[in-house]
Design a protein around this ligand. Structure first.
Ligand code: ANZ
Ligand code: ZN
Length: 833
């Protein structure tokens, strides 16, 4: 046997700070990650949620989003896809503007500085974005098209202006969309949100409620997000029922309620109007007026969430009037109570205390009758001590007595419809999307008000309506946008009669900008439309979309809505923008606390890269936990991963004793490990199991180290094993892999640049097959030995080997063997007495 030493280039220390910078510059100079245009290969569009650039920069938490998508993009490139992996800035909107105000800097000066810093950090961690496609939602060549979409919605009757009670954040001095109110407080600043009446622009997302619901079935999204969207849309099938009204001086002759329980209609003992309902004022009798007005005023100051809370004590006031239950002929008193919401159903609730929890509490409190009309099993006519909300048998319900309540729902719906007293209908929790913001930092709403011609859209050729550069950009607190104080902006001419006219001074909320940005990346410089149709058809829909779970209902619902509008307008050939969605887990501080600036416990990638290198940060972020799980940062975990990279460096570059071993068992074992690792890593990437992927690479490193230490290795097999190690590591640790790729090859001269242009390794199922298995041997159920045996061993031979084992014989000697149990490929259990 001849042995020889493969000499590599001079072995030096692993110094990430030197090699990482070098390769990042080279990759950028070569445009290595430039997205190919006019490609005929299959495409893969891998997108991160549109980040808004903040002065705090990126934390290691953000990296948990950007590193995995970078890994997937690199992997797909190696798999032969043409990959679109772009980055841009959601720079308009409340987050950026609030930060500008806080820091006393104009947003137009602040944003470029912040985006530059984000970009620097994304370079630092070795991402492979195609920066030639960078976009910024606050730049006129972008928001021109956001305004264009506003006009599209307007043309299609999906943008309208209405005076409505709006969520008002007194601290941000602006109105908020329902989605932006979290537990009664502003999503940005946490102040309690109040209600106020203002003329506002809305997008009619409710017109798409059913499609937004139905198409959830067609997308590969986390179950949790789908459920949240479903609940947010909140579709309820029910019946709208009319009640007779006969109040002198009031023209309305009926009250209409929405109910999902028409089967309980004989159990109504009162009616509830929402405090803001216009009928409250008309129906209140003079003796009740003062009390009702005081109640309504107090209710207006509360938020919807507070009002709906089931824990909250139910309050209300009798308004002095009655209506008539047309079915039972009974007169029922009308109350005003804050648990009835103006914006749900008809804003009026029929009170059925026996079968609804809130109505039950209310009736108890005000001494109203509780009439059982759905009998629980075994019911004997006794009074209920709590609302019975389950199905049962109808009782005290005239002609419907004895019918099961589920059938009763249909029977009553038909009965009411036949008499013209009601109709089946569907109600949604979803409200139209309030888009007006009385704020400076957003895309101006392209509408002009002419005293003669009324409300007119800005002609398309006049877009963009430029946001003027002004000193006073902070909200004025008057409820009007700061743009109202800019005469050059405000005053314009009517596009119809050329007379003097005024511009709308509200801007669009930031979620308008992020409702179409994924299309802009397909052709970011296109100026004949928001996107170039061929590029859009090639790249869309997004194949993989990754970001935080906190966007379940805002951005992710709005973007779906706009896409459907575009589909209807013939602009795009698909109805869903994001085929697959994944949410990364959060990275907490080592002590489990949320990282926050105020706690001073934010870990920035910069410090980590400086100490251990970008590759260590990347591999650690992939390794720290399953992708979707929250996890605590661990310096030891990071150090462990860093040590692994050092081991890889040494393994690859230190001399190895080689020989021509041909088909020796050691060589077969080496190849098997290699093919098994390729298989594990490939499968784990596809399934987003990056933590086990890194574990597989670590085990592979250990296996190779053992083989190297055990004696000479076959030269060809070894060279191949190292090549594959580097290829498999290239997406996770791109700098290290590139460096080692250039320094190694079986022939010693170094591989040609770049490893990132190589093909992803394939595995051979035959070579990956395990030839031996471990057979567990027990005596009376107790583990006594483990045997390495061939995979295809027979039952007979297994038992023979088990009984022959010295460790087994020590426990069977002198005893009677009763039975030998065999589980194929797993275990032999010897039963003795
Ligand atoms: C009578 C009734 C009897 C009800 C009963 C329930 C149980 P979901 O399923 O969420 O759609 N409701 C209707 N309009 C309302 C409003 N504006 N504000 C507050 N509550 C309102 O809820 C439908 C039920 O919510 C309706 O069915 C109504 O109460 C109440 F045993 O009508 B039900
Ligand atoms: Zn005009």
């Amino acid at each position: 046997m001849t042995t020889s030493m493969t000499t590599s280039m001079a072995m030096d220390r692993y110094a990430p700070s030197e090699i990482e910078k070098k390769w990042q510059e080279r990759w950028a100079a070569d445009g290595l990650y430039r997205t190919p245009d006019d490609d005929t290969r299959p495409k893969f569009y891998c997108l991160d949620f549109f980040p808004y650039p903040s002065g705090d920069g990126l934390s290691v938490g953000h990296c948990r989003n950007y590193i995995p998508t970078d890994l997937v993009s690199r992997h797909k490139r190696m798999k032969g896809y043409s990959v679109l992996h772009p980055m841009g800035w959601d720079a308009f909107g409340l987050p950026a503007e609030n930060e500008a105000i806080l820091r006393g800097r104009h947003p137009s000066a602040m944003v470029p500085q912040y985006t530059a810093n984000f970009k620097r950090q994304l370079h630092l961690i070795g991402t492979s974005y195609d920066w030639s496609r960078e976009i910024n939602s606050s730049s006129p060549d972008y928001y021109r098209w956001t305004q264009w979409f506003f006009l599209l919605l307007h043309r299609r009757g999906l943008a309208y202006r209405a005076t409505a009670p709006a969520n008002w954040c007194p601290s941000c001095a602006t109105v908020l969309a329902n989605e932006e109110v979290e537990a009664g407080t502003c999503w940005r600043c946490g102040s309690p949100v109040a209600k106020t009446d203002l003329p506002q622009w809305f997008f009619r997302i409710t017109a798409y409620a059913d499609r937004l619901l139905e198409d959830l079935e067609t997308i590969d999204w986390p179950e949790k997000i789908i459920l949240m969207q479903r609940n947010w849309i909140g579709r309820s099938e029910g019946v709208e029922i009319a009640f007779g009204l006969d109040v002198p001086g009031v023209e309305e002759k009926e009250l209409r309620v929405f109910t999902t329980r028409p089967d309980t209609v004989y159990g109504i003992t009162f009616m509830v109007l929402a405090p803001e309902h216009p009928l409250v004022e008309k129906l209140t009798t003079p003796d009740k007026r003062a009390e009702v007005e005081a109640y309504v005023e107090a209710a207006r100051r509360q938020t919807e969430i507070e009002r709906l809370s089931t824990e909250k004590e139910k309050t209300g006031v009798f308004i002095g009037a009655y209506c008539n239950n047309l079915l039972s002929g009974e007169n029922v008193p009308i109350f005003v109570a804050d648990y009835a919401l103006l914006t749900y159903g008809t804003g009026i609730v029929m009170g059925v205390p026996a079968h609804d929890h809130r109505d039950f509490d209310f009736a108890r409190k005000y001494g109203l009758p509780i009439k059982t009309v759905i009998a629980p099993p075994g019911y004997q006519g006794e009074p209920l001590d709590a609302a019975y909300v389950e199905p049962g048998t109808m009782v005290n319900s005239g002609p419907f007595d004895g019918i099961p309540s589920e059938e009763g729902k249909t029977a009553l719906a038909e009965y009411l419809e036949k008499r013209g007293w009601g109709r089946r209908t569907v109600t949604y929790r979803l409200r139209d999307w309030l888009i007006s913001r009385q704020r400076y930092w957003g895309a101006p709403i392209p509408i002009i008000y002419c005293p003669k011609c009324g409300e007119l859209p800005v002609p398309e050729e006049d877009l963009p309506v430029l946001l003027p550069q002004v000193e006073q950009y902070a909200p004025s607190g008057t409820g009007k946008s700061p743009l109202a104080n800019v005469p050059e902006f405000l005053h314009t001419t009517c596009p119809h009669c050329q007379g003097p006219a005024e511009r709308e001074t509200d801007t669009m909320g930031g979620f308008a900008c992020s409702s179409w940005y994924f299309l802009r990346f397909t052709s970011p410089a296109y100026d004949h439309g928001p996107f170039e149709p061929d590029a859009m058809r090639y790249w869309m829909p997004v194949d993989l979309y990754v970001g935080g779970a906190e966007h379940a209902v805002m951005h992710l619902l709005y973007a779906r809505f706009w896409t459907k509008v575009m589909y209807d307008a013939g602009l795009v050939p698909f109805g869903e923008p994001f085929a697959r969605l994944m949410n990364q887990g959060i990275v907490h501080a080592a002590d489990g606390q949320r990282m926050s600036k105020s706690k001073g416990n934010v870990i920035a990638p910069d410090a980590v890269v400086e100490r251990h290198g970008a590759d260590a940060l990347r591999a650690y972020e992939l390794f720290m936990a399953p992708f979707e799980m929250n996890v605590n940062w661990s310096d030891e975990g990071l150090a462990g991963v860093s040590r692994w990279l050092n081991r890889v460096w040494n393994l690859v570059l230190s001399p190895v004793e080689t020989a021509r071993l041909g088909r020796a068992p050691e060589t077969r074992e080496l190849r098997r490990l290699m093919h098994q690792t390729i298989r594990r890593v490939s499968e784990d990437v596809e399934r987003f199991r990056f933590n086990t992927m890194v574990a597989a690479l670590m085990e592979y490193t250990n296996g190779l180290t053992r083989a190297k230490e055990a004696g000479p290795v076959d030269a060809a097999a070894w060279g191949e094993a190292i090549d594959k190690l580097l290829l498999l590591m290239a997406p996770s640790a791109p700098h290290l892999a590139e460096e080692l790729w250039g320094r190694t090859s079986a022939e010693g001269g170094g591989h040609a640049y770049s490893i990132h242009n190589q093909s992803w390794p394939e595995w051979d199922e035959e070579l990956a097959r395990e030839e031996e298995i471990t057979l567990v041997v027990q005596v009376n159920g107790k583990l006594r030995d483990r045997l390495r045996v061939p995979v295809d061993i027979t039952e007979e031979r297994s038992k023979e080997l088990a009984l022959a084992s010295a460790r087994v014989r020590a426990h069977t000697e002198g005893k009677q063997v009763l039975r030998v149990i065999y589980v194929p490929g797993r275990l032999v259990n010897v039963v003795v007495r």
